[in-house]
Design a protein around this ligand. Structure first.
Ligand SMILES: [Zn+2]
Length: 264
């Protein structure tokens, strides 16, 4: 059964809408990920986890072509990064959602692979929800990892060891595309000024929202400890994310869109 949106014909899209399939849009970024990981890391993780989830429940979801370019101006000191201005990025993703809603899709799920996409995709999802008859939600894939699994597998310092090109992302890449990982170049890089208010970690939220030029606090383009990464950890993380993403898609698909009430 087809699940890749771009391979459908228009009558097949119309049928997918009437089957109330959830539209799943992976969003990554093209940016440096240290000396050991490829620029495509965030696209690859979000896309492949989404693909594995949708592939298992094709009657319930469709997989959109991924968004490759996103917001990462703060990474431009490292060669390779392609940065899209924030409002352009928000509007671009909003337009994708508006088109899907126009065709009749009512549930749109953004699967995010890049930390700094979070505020922009949150706004895009709200725009789509407010401006169309659809509802749109966004999830960063690392939020779908059960906390006990992190506790079981994590060897790097917390917070800090799982931030960027880190133990977590490198493990996942080793499992998904080991041919693109140069482990001999992986290096621990935790030079940021850590305080109770300021730190970076994909699994532990700092109380303060703050992002400065990446080169101010990372020497290698990594933040975290990729030397603790292994393929088997990556497999456990990916499998856990895919299971929970399937649950999320099903939950979202069943979710009732209740009528608005104008209290004027
Ligand atoms: Zn990343």
């Amino acid at each position: 059964m087809k699940y890749r949106y771009e391979e459908f014909t228009w009558p097949e899209i119309r049928a997918a809408v009437s089957d109330q399939r959830v539209a799943v849009l992976p969003v990554g970024t093209i940016e440096q990920h240290g000396p050991h990981l490829p620029l495509v890391t965030d696209v690859l993780t979000a896309t492949e986890m989404s693909r594995r989830a949708v592939e298992q429940i094709p009657a319930e979801a469709v997989l959109l072509p991924s968004v490759f370019y996103a917001f990462n101006e703060h990474h431009l000191d490292f060669p390779g990064t392609i940065a899209i201005e924030g409002n352009t990025f928000v509007n671009y993703v909003t337009d994708i959602g508006r088109s899907l809603a126009h065709h009749g899709f009512r549930k749109i799920l953004l699967v995010n692979g890049h930390g700094s996409n979070v505020p922009f995709l949150d706004v895009a999802a709200r725009n789509i929800t407010n401006q169309t008859d659809a509802i749109c939600a966004m999830v960063p894939w690392w939020n779908l990892i059960p906390k006990p699994l992190i506790a079981e597998l994590r060897e790097s310092e917390a917070p800090g060891g799982m931030a960027h090109g880190c133990e977590l992302e490198t493990s996942v890449l080793l499992y998904l595309r080991g041919d693109l990982v140069q482990m001999d170049k992986a290096e621990k890089d935790m030079h940021f000024q850590k305080s109770e208010f300021f730190f970076w970690d994909l699994q532990i939220s700092s109380p303060v929202f703050f992002q400065e030029w990446f080169s101010r606090y990372s020497k290698t383009g990594t933040v975290g400890d990729p030397t603790k990464a292994t393929l088997s950890k990556g497999q456990r993380f990916v499998e856990a994310v895919v299971v929970r993403m399937i649950s999320l898609i099903r939950d979202f698909r069943q979710r009732e869109i209740q009528p608005r009430v104008d209290h004027h």
